[in-house]
Write a new protein. Structure first.
Length: 225
């Protein structure tokens, strides 16, 4: 899930992948923080989960299973939102805990969460925890990009530029690179510059009609719900 130079090998892409996940997590962090209301119906479940997690941390054993159980329980009872679980999946992927990342991300992705879809796209693109599959990667990147996920937009542009999992298409590649560049904040110069650079690289291989069409598509693009 990184902003990747257009012709760099995959083994060099992991570092930037982590940066994009961190950015996406920062942009969406506040969305799930406010969901901390309590009700009599869920109070007991949450308290038990907290005690169990605290005990596991104190003992230094079963830390990962206890933490995962708490996350799952919190989502189930409404204490934590799906966005919180998506953030957990992103963090797990950054830490190369691919089993945890996929366990968290897959059900959310199947329910249409764009951050979880982007995690699955990255997993399939790199073969992390699943067999490498460019077609599956492009499918999940497309679902996430259609909802406005910045890193997925970039990676979908990369797929179209390279013809990985999709038919090579310079117009589509330029459009998605363009949309990705617009999504990153101005102070995120590294990632924004990478998107702009790859957009311009593709533009250099396009006719004027193709370029006009790509720009038109970018202007008219709207996120899908």
């Amino acid at each position: 899930m990184a902003l990747l130079p257009l012709f760099r090998s995959r083994t060099r892409e992991a570092e930037l992948e982590h940066r994009v996940y961190a950015l996406q997590a920062a942009l969406d962090q506040c969305k799930g923080v406010a969901r901390t209301w309590w009700s009599m119906r869920v109070r007991f479940t949450v308290v038990v989960a907290l005690v169990a997690m605290a005990a596991g941390f104190a003992l230094g054993v079963y830390r990962h299973p206890i933490q995962q159980a708490f996350v799952n329980s919190a989502v189930a009872v409404g204490l934590a939102s799906p966005a919180d679980a998506a953030a957990e999946a992103e963090t797990a992927f950054q830490k190369t805990d691919y089993a945890k990342a996929l366990k968290l991300a897959r059900p959310l992705a199947e329910d249409g969460d764009p951050r979880a879809e982007a995690v699955l796209g990255s997993a399939y693109y790199r073969g992390r925890g699943v067999p490498q599959n460019d077609s599956e990667a492009a499918k999940w990147f497309r679902l996430a990009a259609d909802q406005g996920n910045a890193a997925a937009r970039y990676n979908l542009g990369l797929a179209y530029a390279r013809g990985e999992g999709v038919t090579q298409n310079a117009v589509e590649a330029h459009m998605w690179f363009n949309l990705a560049a617009a999504r990153f904040p101005a102070n995120d110069t590294r990632n924004r510059t990478a998107a702009v650079k790859n957009r311009d690289t593709v533009a250099g291989e396009m006719s004027s009609d193709q370029l006009a069409e790509a720009q038109k598509r970018a202007r008219e693009w709207k996120p899908q719900s």
